[in-house]
Design a protein around this ligand. Structure first.
Ligand code: NAD
Ligand code: MG
Length: 398
C-alpha cells in the first residue's frame, strides 16, 4: 500500500530532494501535506506537480497563496497556518511518514508532534534534536516511533551500526562491540584559510560549499564547523553515546559519510557520492532499499580519500559544541539559539565570519545553564539566549 508523506519544509533543499525521490516512486508514496515559510511560488509549483491535500504557510502569506490557487484551479487544497498548522499536519492521522526538514528551532514543536504521534519520522532538522535531545528520544521510545536520521553522517552511522544496537541497554557507553563513532566533516570551504583570512570571508563565499548544495544556514554552519558541532550533539542523542566516543575526522572529499569502529579492529564506513537523495531514500524505504538517480560511486574517479584532525583554533565552534554537550542541560539549546542569531547576523553583513563563534561563546557565558526537563524550559531558554545573542551582536557590529 502507498505511504502518505508530510514534508515539513518542502521548499527547502532537503524538501526538494525528498520530492524528487517521491516522484521516482509514485506507486510507493503519495504527498499528503507540504509546508513553506516563504517562496510561495515554489510551493504552488509543488502543489501542481504533487497534488497534496493540505499546505501550511504563515498567516501573512495566505492571501497571496489563495490568489495563486484560484488562478491555477487548486482551490480544493486546504490551507492551514503557522505553528498550529505545522503541528496539525505533522500528527495528522492520514500521514504515515513525516520528513522533518524545517531549518532551525522553528521545527522543534512540529517535529516533536510527529514523534509523539508514532509515525515514521525522517529527521533532517538537527536543531530540534540538539535542543530537546532527551525529551525527543524518550518520546520516540514511548511511542515506538521509527526515528531515522537523514543527516548524511548519522544515516551512515545508522547503516554501520550492528543489528539491535539501538534496542540494546545503553548508558552512554558503546555497546555490542562498538568502540567509537568516527563522524566525518568536509571541513567546509575555508578548510585551509588562516585566522586573518577567516575575518574577511563573505556570506556568498561561506554559502558556496565545495561538495554539497544546501540551505544558507547549514552552509554557513558547515563553514564555521558549527554544523559538525551540532552533529556531534545529534549523534550523542540518536545513538545514546557519550561525546568522548565520537571523534571528528576531517575528510575533504565527502565520499565516506561516517564510520563505526569496533573493538576487534574493524572500521565500517558508508560511502557514496555526496547527494542527500541517498540518505533520504534510505530513511524512506528502510529496511528496504529503493532506487535513486544518484550515480554509483566510481572509485577510479574518486580515487583519493584524505583524512586529518580538525583545527579547533581556527574553528572554535567545534569546541564550543563539545563543551555544551559535556555541560548538558540547556547548554545545547543556548548554543543553538545563539548560533542561529549569529548566522543570521553574518548573512546580513552585521558581524564578521569569525565573530559568529564569539557571539555563541559570549551567549553561553551570559545565559544560566538550568534544567532542561520540559519543552517549556527549553523554549524559554531559546528565547532568552536569542535576546542575549541579539544584544551581543549589536555590541559587536563590525
Ligand atoms: P533550507 O533553508 O533550504 O529550507 C528550510 C525549509 O524550512 C524551507 O522549506 C523553509 O520554508 C522552511 N522554514 C524556514 N524557516 C521556517 C519557519 N520559521 N517556520 C516554518 N518553516 C520554516 O534548509 P535545508 O538545507 O533544506 O535544511 C533543512 C534542515 O535539514 C536543517 O535543519 C539542516 O540542518 C538539515 N540538513 C540539511 C542538509 C542539506 O544538505 N541541505 C543536510 C543535512 C541536514
Ligand atoms: Mg550532515
Amino acid at each position: 500500500m502507498s505511504q502518505s508523506v508530510c514534508i515539513l519544509g518542502a521548499t527547502g533543499s532537503i524538501g526538494q530532494s525528498t520530492l524528487k525521490i517521491l516522484l521516482q516512486h509514485p506507486e510507493k508514496y503519495s504527498v499528503f501535506a507540504v509546508t513553506a515559510y516563504s517562496r510561495i511560488l515554489e510551493l504552488v509549483e509543488i502543489c501542481k506537480q504533487y497534488h497534496p491535500q493540505v499546505v501550511v504557510v504563515p498567516s501573512n502569506k495566505v492571501d497571496e497563496l489563495r490568489q495563486y490557487f484560484k488562478n491555477q484551479h487548486l482551490n480544493h487544497i486546504e490551507i492551514l497556518t503557522d505553528e498550529a498548522g505545522l503541528i496539525a499536519v505533522a500528527e495528522h492521522s492520514d500521514v504515515d511518514v513525516v520528513m522533518a526538514a524545517i531549518v532551525g528551532a522553528a521545527g522543534l514543536l512540529p517535529t516533536l508532534a510527529a514523534v509523539k504521534s508514532g509515525k515514521r519520522v525522517l529527521l533532517a532538522n538537527k536543531e530540534a534534536l540538539v535542543m530537546s535531545g532527551d525529551i525527543m528520544m524518550q518520546a520516540a521510545r514511548d511511542h515506538h516511533t521509527v526515528l531515522l536520521p537523514v543527516d548524511s553522517e548519522h544515516n551512515a552511522i545508522f547503516q554501520c551500526l550492528p543489528e539491535g544496537y539501538l534496542q540494546a541497554e545503553r548508558n552512554g557507553q558503546p555497546q555490542k562491540g562498538v568502540a567509537q563513532i568516527l563522524l566525518t566533516a568536509s571541513g567546509g570551504p575555508f578548510l585551509h584559510y588562516d585566522l586573518d583570512q577567516l575575518k574577511n570571508v563573505t556570506p556568498a563565499q561561506a554559502c558556496k560549499h565545495p561538495n554539497w548544495s544546501m540551505g544558507q544556514k547549514i552552509s554557513v554552519d558547515s563553514a564555521t564547523l558549527m554544523n559538525k558541532g551540532l552533529e556531534l550533539i545529534e549523534a550523542c542523542h540518536l545513538f545514546a553515546i557519550s561525546e568522548q566516543f565520537v571523534t571528528i575526522v576531517v575528510h575533504p572529499q565527502s565520499i565516506i559519510h561516517s564510520m563505526v569502529q569496533y573493538v576487534d579492529g574493524s572500521t565500517l564506513a558508508q560511502m557514496g557520492n555526496p547527494d542527500m537523495c541517498t540518505p533520504i531514500a534510505h530513511a524512506l524505504a528502510w529496511p528496504e532499499r529503493i532506487q535513486t538517480h544518484v550515480p554509483a560511486l566510481d572509485l577510479f574517479v574518486n580515487h583519493r580519500l584524505d583524512f586529518q584532525e580538525p583545527d579547533t583554533v581556527r574553528f572554535p565552534a567545534l569546541k564550543l559544541a563539545r563543551q555544551a554537550m559535556q555541560s548538558g542541560r540547556l547548554a545545547p539549546t543556548i548554543l543553538n539559539a545563539a548560533n542561529e542569531v549569529a548566522v543570521a547576523a553574518f548573512l546580513n553583513h552585521a558581524i564578521r565570519f569569525d565573530e559568529i563563534s564569539q557571539v555563541v561563546d559570549k551567549t553561553l557565558n551570559h545565559v544560566e545553564n538550568g534544567a532542561a526537563n520540559s519543552i517549556e524550559l527549553i523554549l524559554q531558554a531559546d528565547l532568552l539566549a536569542r535576546s542575549v545573542a541579539d544584544q551581543i551582536v549589536m555590541n559587536t557590529g563590525s
